[in-house]
Design a protein around this ligand. Sequence first.
Ligand SMILES: Nc1nc2c(ncn2[C@@H]2O[C@H](COP(=O)(O)OP(=O)(O)OP(=O)(O)O)[C@@H](O)[C@H]2O)c(=O)[nH]1
Length: 293
Amino acid sequence: MVALVGPPNAGKSTLLNTMLGQKISIVTPKPQTTRNRIVGVLNGPDYQIVFLDTPGLHRSSGLLNQEMVKIAMDSLKGMDAVLFMVDASRPLTKADRPEKGHQYLDYFNEIDCPALLLLNKIDLIDRRQVLPLIDSYAALYPFRAIMPVSALRGEGVPEIIDQLLTVLPRGIRYFPEDSLTDASERFLAAEIIREKVFLLTGQEIPYSSAVMIESFKEDDERNSVTIHATIYLERPSQKPIVIGKGGAKLKQIGIAARKDIEELIGRHVMLKLWIKIKKHWTRDERFLKELGF
Ligand SMILES: Nc1nc2c(ncn2[C@@H]2O[C@H](COP(=O)(O)OP(=O)(O)OP(=O)(O)O)[C@@H](O)[C@H]2O)c(=O)[nH]1
């Protein structure tokens, strides 16, 4: 069991998808995209590594964000290894620290298993910056290895797996050999719709939106699935923005999501989207429970 942990936007979900050779964790240029723990199973010739992609660690305010950080913090413990990933092109800032006054080091101190540090996005920096960066992180914590990688380009990714295989204990195979994740198609469909909302809307809308699948009906004869989903927003003023002029924005979200869901599940998809307002849902404990927190 290997957790992928680090600040928002470091590239954790990108790495998971690159390692698995398939997209199971949604990726956007906006921080705090991942909200839940996503399981990705890598099956090698004589090993199986179960990766847990986690929400970005950040100084959190609000219930939703606190839940997200808790999921990530819990994943630092009880693992066989931790991949701690940072964006090498961006220095850590105060917003990445756990709480006011705390140091980033406080996260590392929670780790109770071998940890590798991944300096991601090296495609964005001058190679001469890499060594001083490695030195500065090596001074913070006794990482088993510090590895420069580009999750996007796949550079350094085989080396991560080789390194992991040297530290991981032998254990039982948790999942059948052909499984990629334990997430249901229903959950993944909701995530894909949420990704499109993140990508196609701006400002605070992504952070005010949640997606729930109302129904997921499979028709084996037609090899199709009909999905009804609701996009929840926090404020009535946000609804016309997501619907767009003449419904254009919602249509765009629907088309993009349908294509990706079809690719994922290999069936024709009919996707119907609704929008509902759930005032201040990011602070609503009951609603967060319904969303799986
Ligand atoms: N240039 C470059 N961009 C990358 C690389 N890896 C990820 N990105 C980009 O960084 C952004 C964030 O990537 P994610 O994989 O969503 O990052 P994350 O760490 O899962 O983010 P959170 O969900 O906020 O925790 C996306 O726009 C990615 O395309 C990389 O190696 N190089």
